[in-house]
Design a binder for this molecule. Structure first.
Ligand code: GLC
Length: 557
């Protein structure tokens, strides 16, 4: 049994967590200051987004030096202090490794530009086609072509993300050695976990060809060689130590691949992030569109991944929020009319599933999208690219802003709300991005005094550690045709745990399947009044409830 089944991860977006020196940007010392708060929440692991040297074109995902701390965030001494403090509080640090690409300001790319063959071989450089067009028709995930001119050499370099993020050529063994050294460097510093950024796109084919769909994803995503590279990284780095927890960010992956990446027999990673359940409000698969979420699709996807990964002995990372996603409460809940109920509904639905839950900073307070009105209030490169593209498609500024307000990654990147003081107590200076206007109502100080969301998260985190059925139980979906309730049962050594989550504001009555009515049950946790399980149950707005059934043997004994 792996212990990461019982753990809960808290994600810190360092730029927006806590600023200790008044420059408007969060930093490592700010994180150190808040360790007691995180320890109190009861989480085990802190995933910190990249704080390495970076021109910050993509907020640190464009790395110019993998083994130095960006002065924006502090120093190596600060990092060592952070490790020491976390050890004291029995917390572990998980670092974000962005190994698919480097910043074009990285020394490797710079030396490549200067003509050093060794470093040119670190990147994916190709000649344009005979007609002068790009080497392939692939599209960058941040918009536009995935190729850019490599100085005046006549060649082009591949960038699946921003033009400032050049893809590394993992087929080159020297590249693999370099990136494995990076992982080992941080292991030696005492890091106990890694989140590998877009790790399922590292395996490009030797010969790159045009994509029939004009996009290219399938030609570089989840290639068999990506599994080989990840396995090799496991063997040469974190796999040499026991208990290092790893998670791969898997872009557009499949359950089959998710199993291969995370089944312990394969010796690749501990678990995977998949994103299909967060695309249920994309109109015809297009992110930059506006549409209410499709609940039936959401529950089908959650269910398919739970069942599929369980069957193949894979392991899911469980999450609604991260630094690339709008705030889930604004998306799937109702922060205006059912604030506490919908925050808790989302928490419980995820935390009682099979997998390892992740809490994104501020989620434990019910932080919402900031609803910024002006494009100038947004900093994210992807958002600005989308603005231009939507403008080119003929949308009016107001129409574009309606979409951006819902979809921008900056929705989750606004500063953490600590108090009701200026800038929500995040900084004494000018924050790098505006603070959401509702911080006087939603902040840590107020939540700790009179709120109930933080304590609900705390309880869910503790339950996972106390109850093997939550950490280890099997999963089965129930009431799959119900139009507003997501129901599932966890099963472990004769025990059962039935979870019912109602995703809408109108009350609804549901018939409980017979199999649960013949056994004695007790109410375990929920966001409403304590309940008794009966043949017909009424669920109120955003109500969630969980019932526990003891194993028969225990009852007899
Ligand atoms: C991942 C990160 C995202 C970043 C991208 C490119 O998706 O989560 O923030 O922009 O990779 O590194």
């Amino acid at each position: 049994m792996s212990t990461f089944h019982e753990k809960v991860v808290y994600q810190i977006y360092p730029k927006s967590f806590k600023d200790s020196n008044g420059d408007g940007v969060g930093d490592l010392k700010g994180i150190i200051e808040k360790i007691p708060y995180l320890a109190d929440l009861g989480v085990d692991v802190l995933w910190i987004n990249p704080f390495f040297i970076s021109p910050q074109k993509d907020n640190g995902y464009d790395i110019a030096d993998y083994v130095e701390i960006d002065p924006l965030f502090g120093t190596m001494e600060d990092f060592e202090e952070l490790i020491a403090v976390t050890v004291e509080y029995k917390l572990e640090i998980m670092l974000d490794m962005v190994l698919n690409h480097t910043s074009i300001e990285h020394e490797w790319f710079q030396r490549a530009l200067k003509g050093e063959k060794k470093y040119q071989d670190y990147y994916i450089l190709r000649d344009p086609k005979a007609d002068g067009s790009h080497p392939t028709n692939w599209v960058s995930k941040f918009g536009g072509p995935a190729w850019a001119p490599f100085a005046d050499t006549g060649k082009e370099y591949l960038h699946l993300y921003d033009v400032s993020q050049a893809d590394l050529d993992w087929r080159n063994p020297e590249v693999r050695e370099e990136v494995f050294n990076v992982v080992n460097f941080w292991l030696e510093k005492g890091v106990k976990g890694f989140r590998f950024d877009v790790i399922n796109v590292i395996g490009k084919e030797e010969v790159l060809i045009d994509a029939e769909d004009g996009v290219g994803k399938s030609l570089y995503t989840d290639r068999p060689i990506a599994h080989e590279f990840i396995h090799e990284m496991n063997q040469k780095t974190f796999g040499k130590q026991s208990n290092i927890m790893t998670v791969g960010e898997m872009s557009s992956t499949t359950i089959e691949n998710g199993i291969a990446y995370s089944n312990p027999d394969k010796q690749e990673l501990s678990m995977v992030f998949s994103f299909h359940h967060l695309k249920v409000d994309y109109l015809d698969g297009e992110k930059w569109s506006k549409m209410p979420f499709d609940f039936m699709k959401l529950k089908k996807l959650l269910n398919d991944w739970q069942e599929g990964m369980s069957k193949g002995n894979g392991w899911n990372a469980l999450f609604w929020n991260n630094h690339d996603q709008p705030r889930a409460i604004s998306r799937f809940g109702d922060p205006i009319h059912h604030f506490e109920a919908s925050a808790k509904l989302l928490a419980q639905t995820i935390h009682l599933l099979r997998g390892t839950p992740y809490v994104y900073q501020g989620e434990e307070l019910g932080m919402t999208n900031p609803e910024f009105q002006e494009i100038t209030d947004y900093a994210d490169v992807e958002t600005h690219n989308a603005y231009k593209e939507l403008q080119d498609n003929g949308l009016l500024p107001e129409e574009i802003m309606e979409i951006i307000k819902e979809k921008s990654r900056d929705n989750s990147r606004t500063p953490m709300h600590w108090t009701d003081e200026k800038n929500a107590g995040f900084t004494t200076g000018e924050p790098w991005i505006k603070v959401a206007g509702n911080y006087p109502e939603i902040n840590v100080e107020k939540e700790r005094k009179e709120g109930t969301i933080f304590t609900f998260y705390k309880k869910l985190i503790q339950l996972r550690k106390k109850m093997p059925i939550i950490a280890e139980g099997d999963y089965r979906g129930v009431l799959m045709d119900h139009p507003s309730i997501y129901g599932y049962v966890r099963e472990y050594e004769g025990e059962q745990l039935l979870v019912l989550s109602h995703f809408y504001a109108e009350a609804v009555t549901v018939e409980i399947p017979q199999e649960f009515l013949t056994r004695a049950s007790c109410y375990l946790i929920g966001n409403g009044e304590k309940r008794v399980l009966t043949a017909k149950m009424e669920l109120g707005p955003y109500e969630t409830m969980a019932f526990y059934f003891e194993a028969d043997e225990k009852k007899k004994g």
